[in-house]
Design a protein around this ligand. Structure first.
Ligand code: MG
Length: 379
């Protein structure tokens, strides 16, 4: 079996999610947005898919020359080749690597008739989810006050979520960030849901050490489960300093570059209590499993960043489990249960006990609505 082609389809869909000037998502007026689908094809006609395709120029000039002709069973070799190409091709991002790696895993799973998590070595078929909010806003009835966070957390608890994570206020909101408001929101959520729900905070990511310590101590008082990315993750020393002083688990690194190498450095230096990474952060399922096994060897909990089938299949193949699947981002004005128009069913269906079930279909289990994509393809 050899990879003979890779191509991208771009199509439109109606969206009610907008980005602010700093890139955070919020609910907004309906508009036309675009989505892309990467397809990998082999000489025997097998196909693999991933939504969120690499930039077409990078696909043509870097990815295709590196892997056309490769056997998709040689996933480690393909991933390593692309990783080495990144040194000279800086526009080949980890996100692009992740899309290619996931499409190849999907293809192999479909060829062998097995879901990806069983090829990785399954440990479970479902994972508890936490409700992960969008960032704070100034939308009335949204996430504009501590009380609104509290009301939304209670709504998520009633839906079945066993845990809730706040993303609080950040620029471009004029008065943000504000440690006092972050703490007030965390307190309002604890007050609303009571003591039997795991709560986490992922706040502004560029606080000073003093602000981060102040917020962390307040979270300890409120019985929070973890404290995520309050400072720039490129300062490993700042995280060693913070984790040394707090009892609440500090979680990271999430967005820092460097794949499993960065996670190894954080583990060796004790920069966090719980490690982190997702398929898009580290360059696919292949490197994410290296992080998982690294954490297992250090007896360090590993919490997977972000949702989607790549992360879900990895979570169902972890022997030293991450406790939660990150479901979201959620907002009181949006219905997350609504199926994306390019799919026939959600990739992360959740039962009323708050468990997300991994697809038993071969590959990653994309349930693609081809009629929709065919009718809305623009290129
Ligand atoms: Mg985060």
């Amino acid at each position: 079996m050899k990879i003979v082609d890779m191509h991208v389809r771009t199509f439109t869909y109606p969206s009610r999610i907008v980005r602010d000037t700093e890139g955070h998502t919020h609910p907004g007026p309906e508009h036309e947005a675009t989505q892309s689908l990467l397809t990998v094809v082999t000489d025997d006609g097998a196909t693999g898919y991933c939504f969120g395709a690499p930039n077409p120029a990078v696909l043509e000039n870097v990815i295709k020359p590196a892997i056309i002709g490769e056997d998709p069973m040689y996933r480690e070799r393909i991933w390593k080749t692309l990783h080495h190409w990144q040194r000279m091709s800086r526009d080949l991002t980890d996100r692009a690597l992740a899309a290619v790696d996931m499409a190849i895993w999907d293809l192999v799973g479909q060829s062998l008739g097995q879901p990806v998590y069983k090829l990785l070595g399954a440990t479970r078929d479902k994972v508890p989810a936490y409700a992960s909010t969008m960032c704070g806003d100034e939308v009335p009835g949204g996430l504009s006050t501590p009380e609104e966070y509290g009301a939304f957390a209670l709504q998520c608890k009633e839906r079945g979520y066993p845990a809730f994570k706040l993303h609080t206020w950040m620029p471009p909101i004029a008065w943000a960030p504000d440690p006092t408001m972050d703490i007030a929101a965390c307190a309002a959520v604890r007050e609303a849901v009571g003591d039997d729900m795991d709560l986490m905070l992922d706040c502004y990511h560029f606080y000073s050490r003093a602000d981060a310590l102040h917020i962390g101590r307040a979270l300890e008082e409120l019985g929070y489960y973890w404290f995520e990315e309050p400072m720039d993750e490129f300062s490993t020393s700042s995280y060693i300093w913070l984790a040394d002083q707090l009892d609440i688990p500090v979680v990271g690194p999430e967005t820092a570059d460097g794949k499993m190498y960065t996670r190894a450095e954080w583990l060796a230096r004790g920069a966090s209590d719980i490690s982190r990474g997702g398929v898009s952060d580290v360059g696919g399922i292949t490197p994410l499993m290296k992080v998982v096994h690294l954490c297992e060897a250090f007896n360090v909990q590993m919490e997977v960043h972000g949702g989607g089938p790549g992360n879900l299949h990895a979570l169902c193949a972890m022997n030293y489990p991450g406790k939660y699947y990150e479901r979201g981002l959620l907002h009181p004005h949006l219905d997350y249960e609504e199926v994306e128009p390019w799919l026939n069913s959600k990739t992360d269906p959740m039962d009323n006990a708050g468990n997300v079930h991994v697809s038993q279909a071969p590959g990653l289990g994309w349930d693609i609505n081809w009629d929709y994509i065919d009718a809305h393809t623009v290129s």
